[in-house]
Design a protein around this ligand. Structure first.
Ligand code: PGA
Length: 252
């Protein structure tokens, strides 16, 4: 059985102090042992966040990393540097990285490879634009992103990857994919993973939905059979709201 995974992506938000208060707010609550929780603060917060999160139910994630192990890459951060700070997960190929920083499927495949080699768990993001969905070729786009992004991952490592389906038109727009749209696409992603890795291995890979998830729509999303968790941006920036998401369906 795949354990539900709730991930908060704080993007380029929050000062150090704001992030630490947010973490304090989250860890002061009792959290289900049957779910995994991850927060992905900015790099500048990782070191102290790692200390605060030690021995808690919440794991630490980074928002990006470089695909080389080390070298002359000014401004970049390596997998080993993240590992040193108790980072467990790393978001790879977020649509904002693809759009604003020109990240390609090839770079994403190398990042995933390097993350796994350094015992970091990659959360690989895929998603189509509005034009691609309206043009009805969103399945083709998602398949290409998956096949190319995962091309360096063999089946022995595949279950360490999490895939996050985040339609670009739903990110930060308040426009969520309907739970049926999300469920359908996640089912499609699962069939591609089965083709790549075989049924028993693909059944272990978690697939998340992301894009305007909040405390009002999370229950509806999480009851969908294909949805193993959510990747949350804006709504993860306030501890009350994010806690409601983390405790979906068992809020009394
Ligand atoms: P959002 O962002 O929840 O603010 O739409 C999700 C994401 O980009 O991961």
């Amino acid at each position: 059985m795949r354990k539900p995974l709730i991930v908060g992506n704080w993007k380029m938000n929050n000062t150090l102090q704001e992030s630490l208060s947010l973490i304090e707010g989250l860890i002061s609550n009792r959290l289900s042992v049957d779910r995994d929780f991850v927060v992905c603060p900015p790099y500048t917060v990782l070191s102290l966040a790692g200390k605060l999160l030690k021995e808690t139910k919440i794991q630490l994630g980074a928002q990006n990393m470089h695909f080389e192990e080390k070298g002359a890459y000014t401004g970049e951060v390596s997998a080993l540097m993240l590992k040193e700070l108790d980072v467990s997960y790393v978001i790879i190929g977020h649509s904002e990285r693809r759009k604003f920083f020109g990240e390609t499927d090839l770079q994403i495949s190398k990042k995933i490879f390097t993350a796994l080699n350094n015992e970091l768990l990659p959360i690989m993001c895929v998603g189509e634009s509005l034009a691609q969905r309206e043009g009805d070729y969103h399945h083709r786009i998602i398949k290409k992103q998956l096949v190319e992004g995962l091309k360096l991952v063999d089946s022995s490592r595949a279950s360490d990857v999490t895939v996050a389906y985040e339609p670009v038109w739903a990110i930060g727009t308040g426009k969520t994919a309907t739970s049926e749209q999300a469920n359908d696409m996640l089912g499609f992603i699962r069939t591609i993973l089965i083709n790549l890795y075989g049924e028993s291995m693909a059944e272990n890979i978690r697939i998340l939905y992301g894009g305007s998830v909040n405390s009002s729509n999370v229950d509806e999303l999480m009851i969908q059979p294909e949805i193993d968790g959510v990747l949350v941006g804006g709504a993860s920036l306030k501890s009350d709201e994010f806690l409601k998401i983390m405790t979906y369906s068992d809020r009394g």
